[in-house]
Design a protein around this ligand. Sequence first.
Ligand SMILES: Nc1ncnc2c1ncn2[C@@H]1O[C@H](COP(=O)(O)OP(=O)(O)O)[C@@H](O)[C@H]1O
Ligand SMILES: [Mg+2]
Length: 266
Amino acid sequence: MKDMAMTEAGLSPLLRVEGLAKRYGARIGCTEVSFDLWPGEVMGIVGESGSGKTTLLNCLAGQLAPDAGRVLFDTRGRGMVDTLTMSESERRMLGRTDWAFVHQHAQDGLRMNVSAGGNVGERLMAVGAQHYGDIRDKAIDWLDRVEIAEDRVDDRPSAFSGGMRQRLQIARNLVTGPRLVFMDEPTGGLDVSVQARLLDLLRGLVREMGLSAIIVTHDLAVVRLLADRLMVMKSGHVVETGLTDQVLDDPQHAYTQLLVSSVLQV
Ligand SMILES: Nc1ncnc2c1ncn2[C@@H]1O[C@H](COP(=O)(O)OP(=O)(O)O)[C@@H](O)[C@H]1O
Ligand SMILES: [Mg+2]
């Protein structure tokens, strides 16, 4: 319904995924995945460990080559373009500008031997910022937005706690104003109290910036707070989709019912 209404209103999706599939030998990573993501929308992908969430996210973000399907992105310059067939340099450019990727393990998304300010500033320089003072000011501003004190700007992330590293990774990713953010278990592996604070921060940023995002998690509390819509995955298949509250409060598929009743949660 929503999709039709938006199409009739002349709006186009930011991302259109058609028949995406990825196998590892005989094993299914993910298969028959199709959906549209609209501007400003946050999509949650949930499912137990091994259900194909990371495989799907990596295929969407151009980090893993799928075996079949298309991933169309509404580029600024050329409109809807299949990101799987675009040139390597065009895809790299997307990764530096319109796309951002928040990894589960902050060290995969940070340069651990570069200062916190440098980690944020580097993204700005990658899109052409040159004035040192401006870059440093903007970096400090973003550290503040993710609640990292200014006097830590010259410290390396190796000296930070897990929660601080993750907040730094978020600042590094959002500083350039991406149009689509991919996140893989952004709160995974952190202490519960640290998770709550990070989630709160993320929710504020998502709302404030009107971010479009795809968030993979096995933690339903994360999508309850952040996602407008959900895709539920099991054994590589999407078994249920819908508005977050609808799926969580009135799950239709037996697997989603199990997931929600927390039987499968650890
Ligand atoms: N590099 C790989 N090689 C072989 N099998 C893999 C690889 N990565 C994932 N898989 C398999 O693909 C399926 C989906 O895994 P994954 O996407 O990591 O799920 P999730 O992120 O939901 O835990 C699982 O059966 C997993 O064992
Ligand atoms: Mg995973």
